[in-house]
Design a protein around this ligand. Structure first.
Ligand SMILES: Nc1ncnc2c1ncn2[C@@H]1O[C@H](COP(=O)(O)OP(=O)(O)O)[C@@H](O)[C@H]1O
Ligand SMILES: [Mg+2]
Length: 141
C-alpha cells in the first residue's frame, strides 16, 4: 500500500497540477496509457468542480486530495469544505448543472463514472463535498 495526501488552494492552475500528480503516482502500478488517461480525466473533472462550484471566486478555499494505491487498485479522494450539494442524486444525472455558462455541460460526474470503476459522492450543504474515485488497472482483456 502506498499513499499521498495534499492540500492546495482551489485555483484553476492546480487542476493541471493535481491530474499530473495523480498520473505520476499511478505509474508504480504499471497502468496502460489509456488507464492513466482515464484517471487524469476523472481527477480533472472532480478538481474542476471544486474550483468552479465549491467556493466563491473572491475567497477560494482548499482542495484536499488523497490517493491510495494497493496492488492494482487506486482510490482517490477529492474533498472540499465548500457550499456542498443540496441534491446529490440530481447532481449525478447527465446534463444537470447549476451553472449555465457554455463551459459547464453538466457531464462531469457522468465522465467520472465512465472512466472509473466506482464513483461515490457524499455532500452536505454548507459543509462540503467528498468525491471518491476507484479504478482497478489491468481489469480488461
Ligand atoms: N465540489 C462541489 N461543490 C459544490 N457543488 C458541486 C461540486 N461538484 C459538483 N457540484 C454540483 O453538481 C453539479 C453537476 O456537476 P457536473 O456533473 O460536474 O456538471 P458541471 O460541473 O458541468 O455543472 C454542478 O453543477 C454543481 O451544482
Ligand atoms: Mg463539472
Amino acid at each position: 500500500m502506498n499513499y499521498f495526501k495534499m492540500q492546495l488552494p482551489a485555483l484553476d492552475c492546480n487542476e493541471k497540477f493535481a491530474r499530473s500528480a495523480l498520473a505520476a503516482f499511478c505509474v508504480e502500478a504499471a497502468p496502460t496509457l489509456e488507464e492513466i488517461g482515464d484517471v487524469k480525466t476523472a481527477v480533472s473533472e472532480a478538481v474542476t468542480n471544486v474550483v468552479v462550484h465549491a467556493y466563491d471566486k473572491e475567497n477560494p478555499g482548499e482542495i484536499f486530495l488523497e490517493a491510495y494505491l494497493d496492488a492494482n487498485e487506486i482510490k482517490i479522494v477529492i474533498k472540499d469544505n465548500g457550499v456542498g450539494i443540496a441534491d446529490v442524486e440530481k447532481a449525478l444525472e447527465p446534463f444537470y448543472s447549476t451553472k449555465s455558462d457554455d463551459e459547464r455541460s453538466g457531464m462531469g460526474f457522468t465522465v467520472m463514472q465512465t472512466f472509473m470503476d466506482k464513483v461515490s459522492v457524499v455532500s452536505k450543504e454548507g459543509e462540503g463535498t467528498t468525491v471518491e474515485l476507484v479504478k482497478r488497472f489491468g481489469d480488461k482483456q
